[in-house]
Design a protein around this ligand. Structure first.
Ligand code: SF4
Length: 734
């Protein structure tokens, strides 16, 4: 903890995006005086983006909640923690008692991935509730990638990652890592690594409906029609077979299903697919040949390929191409991380497992299958609106703002108003939490211990790093894991006064059995001095593949963490499929390819909309930070000059974007960085809701692209919402 009049220096991991950069934070007189990149950090090596420095603004934001709020007569008023827990105890158990377990829904947002207490303890609350109505931002983002990877390699977080420092060719499809620094790929300073790739004679190709910041760095860029990646990728696979370019390399003995892939992609000739995806047959063949002929190459695709009708198919075909061209599990190709802790593909029997399954239950109204334990977030409103057994009548939101981040927020907003009870764990009174009856504030990241659970499983380099609190959390505020355990205790009828430490001890005993089996007693003894997430992290490190301990990782904090080296080939030991092979042709995907075949000659709308990522924003919750909010207005609709001229529009005009009965207004920016026929509007905006408390964000609220989108439009396999390639009309606003 910091209370010094002379500046002191501290190191922690940035919690604001997947890149997980190491920060160097100077503190004086209990205030942050500077934040910069930590040069010694083993993962990010001094890199920082503008958002990293905004951590100071987040910590000091007067709108950030510091005490619980209870809604009384329609107004949120401050309350003590005891009062807030008492209100939850008064309101939540009766809903469960009267209507059953599924009557309470839970929705979790992306920031929870950066809060160890939320991430490692949320499951305990979900189990205590026993509800099937679990939703998260995963079905607005990466679920197709996780599903495809799980089917191929046997675990949801076995993600094949480009070996960017050793590759000769990087093809980037529907991703903008110069801005994002990787997504499902933790790669801080992507820009520097891409420049180094080109400086050593390598090539980078970008395929995207917008000439993005990443495209600006590339050797070449191709526009692609949104929602048609599957056709480009299937035609590339077709080409590989047609031209005898298949060479599996060192994984040949560990791959099954090649012939099924060949048969399934036969109809997808480059000529047939060219018109559908707007990339010429010759370019499609050239891309396939480049992948086949390059000694070291990687095809990387992300959000644009996931948030569309064929998200799982597209994500699958990316790794099919990487595999068929011999780049899977190759140095300079695609490799898998080996995390120091929490890696499911470092546990159990090496080389074989249960694989993954979906559809263990279905949503009540749409019959959407469960995927990775959750239902599509776009089903949430209908589950609240539709009467009958299992109707969602109460909701717990955890660091989530689905009113802005999921399709048809206005409908969801109306449904939230009708709930019997709503509880939010959040740092803001925002567009979603304004509906809550009780809001429990989260802890500022600078007041919190942290170890990344998910991102080391997707990092470009293996590492172990930990963050400690710089400041004391507010008096009486529990740690987040304690808050969650108290809510779980309320749900289980044990009462809010239950000692969270005692609950944690009981839960940890079971966890130790899972982690260490016959050695559980030793593990419990070795970690007995710790509680909560610290104990979980210590236990996971001790039972992890490097046999580290929390104290060892802590000791390396100021020298940038522990470097565990470059990624290395891991097949077959990484695999957790039932066959012990890379299952290249899962039946569900081969079957779904028939759906894409039916759409080969599908309608090509005149105008479609896509989202956009900006380096100064990340989803909805950073728009209230002054350092990021200043400068040019970012929530503009990018429109190609042809599309603007055709409609009599010019730069700065306000237009109405319409999708059926849904519409929003936005300010136009005319630019040839867009593909003709495609409009781009970033997501996470629309901060004009009454009752929210976001002073900075509400000054320039922006337009909510998701208000235009149809929650019923989803990738059927993963349940991911279709957020891009949606047909719209655009007219000058009156
Ligand atoms: S890229 Fe920026 S926001 Fe993301 S972790 Fe690094 S400094 Fe933080």
């Amino acid at each position: 903890m910091v209370a010094s009049m002379t500046p002191t220096t501290h190191h922690r991991i940035c919690p604001l995006c997947e890149a997980c950069c190491g920060l160097e934070i100077k503190v004086q007189d209990n205030k942050v005086i500077s934040i910069r990149g930590h040069e010694a950090d083993v993962l990010s090596r001094g890199y920082i983006c503008p958002k990293g420095a905004a951590l100071k603004d987040l910590h000091e934001d007067p709108d950030r909640l510091r005490t619980p709020l209870i809604k009384r007569a329609g107004e949120h008023v401050p309350a003590t923690w005891d009062e807030a827990f008492a209100e939850i105890e008064r309101r939540l158990p009766p809903v469960l008692a009267a209507h059953g377990r599924d009557s309470v829904g839970v929705v979790v947002g992306n920031p929870a991935a950066h809060k160890i207490g939320l991430l490692t303890y949320f499951g305990k609350l979900a189990r205590a509730l026993g509800t099937k109505n679990i939703f998260s931002a995963s079905t607005l983002d990466q679920m197709p990638k996780q599903l495809a990877s799980g089917l191929l390699f046997g675990h949801w977080l076995s993600i094949a990652l480009p070996d960017i420092e050793r590759t000769d060719l990087l093809i980037v499809l529907g991703a903008n890592p110069v801005v994002s620094n990787g997504s499902m790929w933790t790669v801080p300073d992507f820009r520097g690594k891409a420049k180094a790739l080109r400086a050593r004679g390598g090539e980078m190709i970008v395929i995207d409906p917008r000439r993005t910041e990443t495209a600006a760095l590339a050797d070449s860029h191709h526009f692609i029609r949104p929602n048609s990646d599957v056709f480009l990728l299937a035609a590339m696979v077709h080409t590989l077979f047609a031209e005898n370019l298949i060479a599996l390399g060192s994984v040949a003995n560990w791959v099954q299903g090649v012939d099924e892939v060949r048969a399934a992609t036969l109809p997808f000739t480059p000529e047939v697919c060219a018109a559908r995806c707007n990339i010429s047959a010759e370019t499609i063949r050239s891309l396939a040949r480049k992948m086949a002929h390059a000694k070291r190459a990687a095809l990387y695709a992300r959000i644009g390929t996931c948030t569309q009708e064929y998200g799982t198919l597209a994500s699958w075909l990316v790794d099919v191409i990487n595999t068929l061209t011999g780049h899977l599990d190759q140095i300079g190709g695609l490799l898998f991380a080996k995390p120091a802790a929490f890696g499911s593909n470092t546990q159990g029997n090496a080389g074989m497992g249960k694989g993954i399954s979906t559809g263990r239950h279905h949503s009540r109204v749409s019959q959407a299958p469960e995927v990775y334990g959750e239902l599509p977030i776009a089903c949430m409103a209908e589950e609240m609106e539709t009467a009958g057994a299992g109707q969602v009548r109460a909701l717990i939101t955890v660091a989530s703002n689905p009113v802005l981040s999921s399709p048809d927020g206005p409908r969801l907003s109306a449904a939230l108003d009708k709930l019997d009870f709503m509880l939010s764990l959040d740092i803001y009174l925002n567009e979603t939490t304004r509906h809550a009856d009780v809001i429990l504030p989260g802890i500022s990241p600078l007041e919190d211990f942290h170890y990344d659970v998910a991102f080391p499983q997707m990092s470009w380099r293996n590492h172990a790093r930990v963050s400690h609190p710089l400041f004391e959390r507010p008096e009486h505020q529990p740690e987040e894991w304690q808050t969650i355990l108290k809510i779980a205790a309320i749900v289980q009828g044990k009462g809010a006064q239950t000692d969270a430490n005692a609950l944690d001890d009981a839960a940890f005993e079971q966890a130790a059995q899972r982690m260490a089996g016959a050695h559980a007693a030793e593990l419990m003894a070795a970690t007995a001095h710790l509680r909560g997430p610290r104990r979980m992290v210590d236990a996971a490190l001790r039972t992890g593949p490097y046999g580290l301990s929390l104290s060892e990782v802590e000791a390396a904090r100021d020298v940038g963490g522990i470097d565990l080296g470059e990624l290395a080939p891991r097949i077959p030991e990484l695999l957790r499929t039932p066959s012990g092979k890379v299952e290249l042709a899962p039946a569900s995907l081969i079957q779904d390819l028939a759906r894409a075949k039916q759409d080969l000659n599908g309608i090509r709308p005149d105008l479609v909309i896509i989202g956009r990522r900006d380096v100064r924003t990340n989803n909805s919750w950073m728009h209230n930070l002054p350092i990021l909010a200043k400068g040019p207005f970012r929530c503009t609709a990018l429109v190609h000059p042809q599309d603007a001229t055709k409609r009599g529009m010019k730069d700065g005009d306000t237009v109405t974007l319409r999708n059926g009965s849904r519409s929003v207004q936005a300010i136009v920016h005319v630019t040839d960085e867009m593909m003709p026929g495609v409009v781009s509007l970033p997501h996470g905006w629309g901060h004009n809701a009454a009752g929210a408390r976001l002073a900075v964000a509400s000054e320039r609220p922006g337009s909510n692209i998701n208000a235009l989108l149809d929650p019923n439009l989803r990738d059927p396999l993963s349940g991911n919402s279709v957020l891009g390639g949606v047909p719209i009309t655009m007219t000058l606003a009156l």
